[in-house]
Design a protein around this ligand. Structure first.
Ligand SMILES: Nc1ncnc2c1ncn2[C@@H]1O[C@H](COP(=O)(O)OP(=O)(O)OP(=O)(O)O)[C@@H](O)[C@H]1O
Ligand SMILES: [Mg+2]
Length: 299
């Protein structure tokens, strides 16, 4: 593999460097459509009322996600990653600022089936088969006929490598297989945006890497704009076009790093020095944020 420098990565540990939209210039127009961003997040903050005070979970997040981009978000526990994803999904409202998905609010986009959400836990219905779990959302949304829904469900289960398990109940599937059903279910609505909250967090390394390969294959086929929350720096580098680093107290973006590694990405990449360099760089950025006890916390 040819040597490449880390120069194309755009990383900043200064908050001020991230006060404007941080995606636009960093992204290659060859990789993504030149149209307006798929997701636009402008000066979004989110606070939660506590009995004695207001807790700022996210502060002043501004971010564009390009159409077809694979974006990952890493950061310490409690820095607001899931909160950010839930805001994009329209499951919670920002305290200030605005979010738009193709010109619509997240709630409108979700109601129209534009968003696929994969939760940290598979959350499958145990009494329904794999296929019946995958068709659940299209059934509720009354998309197509029953036969069409089942046909699409079968295709998606094939896509995630579970063609032989369409009639299996979740109790008969391994953790990794259940997560794949969760991904097929999220894809069933043909979402424009796929939101993944640590979908492979609880899996062993080998299964996680297999799932990553599966996810990349699906993304390559469908080019669904994807936002992945993960604690795993290597996973973020391996999969993404760009990685956002968040800091805590308050939760905020502290850096972005463009992952300028060639695609398609293969397992050999995990042994590549550029991969190591980017992973080390991101790990350094994660540790550059002072831990809560040193940060003059809000407690
Ligand atoms: N509904 C809520 N009410 C009060 N506080 C909340 C609520 N939801 C989240 N928080 C707080 O906001 C902060 C960010 O939570 P969030 O779940 O987004 O973190 P995270 O980065 O996803 O963490 P993890 O990596 O552990 O999943 C946490 O301190 C959490 O306690
Ligand atoms: Mg979380």
């Amino acid at each position: 593999m040819t040597e490449r420098s880390l120069a194309p990565t755009t990383a900043s540990t200064s908050e001020s460097g991230l006060s404007g939209p941080i995606s636009g210039g960093a992204l290659s127009p060859a990789s993504f459509g030149s149209g307006s961003p798929a997701v636009k997040i402008e000066a979004v903050s989110k606070s939660f009322p506590l009995p004695d005070r207001t807790f700022v979970a996210l502060e002043n997040v501004t971010l564009d996600i390009a159409e077809g981009e694979f974006l990952s978000v890493i950061g310490p526990s409690g820095c607001g990653k899931s909160t950010l994803l839930r805001l994009v999904a329209g499951l919670i409202e920002p305290s200030s600022g605005s979010l738009s998905i193709g010109g619509e609010t997240p709630v409108q986009a979700r109601r129209r089936g534009e968003l696929g959400f994969v939760f940290q836990e598979p959350t499958l219905l145990p009494w329904r088969t794999a296929l019946e779990n995958v068709t659940l959302l299209t059934e509720v949304a009354k998309r197509g006929t029953k036969a069409e829904r089942r046909e699409r469900g079968r295709e998606l289960l094939e896509l995630v490598g579970l063609g032989d398990f369409i009639d299996a109940h979740p109790g008969k599937l391994s953790g990794g297989m259940q997560r794949r059903v969760g991904i097929a279910r999220a894809l069933a609505l043909d979402p424009r945006i796929l939101l993944l909250d640590e979908p492979f967090g609880a899996l062993d390394e080998i299964t996680r890497q297999r799932m990553n390969m599966e996810l990349l294959r699906i993304w390559t086929q469908q080019r669904t704009t994807t936002m992945l929350v993960t604690h795993n720096v290597g996973e973020a580098v391996f999969l993404s076009d760009r990685v956002l680093v968040m800091g805590t107290r308050p939760g905020r973006l502290i850096a972005e790093v463009k992952i300028d590694l060639p695609r398609p990405r293969r397992l050999e990449l995990l042994q590549d020095e550029q991969f190591f360099a980017l992973s080390a760089h991101l790990t350094g950025l994660l540790f550059s944020d002072p831990p809560p006890e040193e940060s003059g916390s809000d407690e």
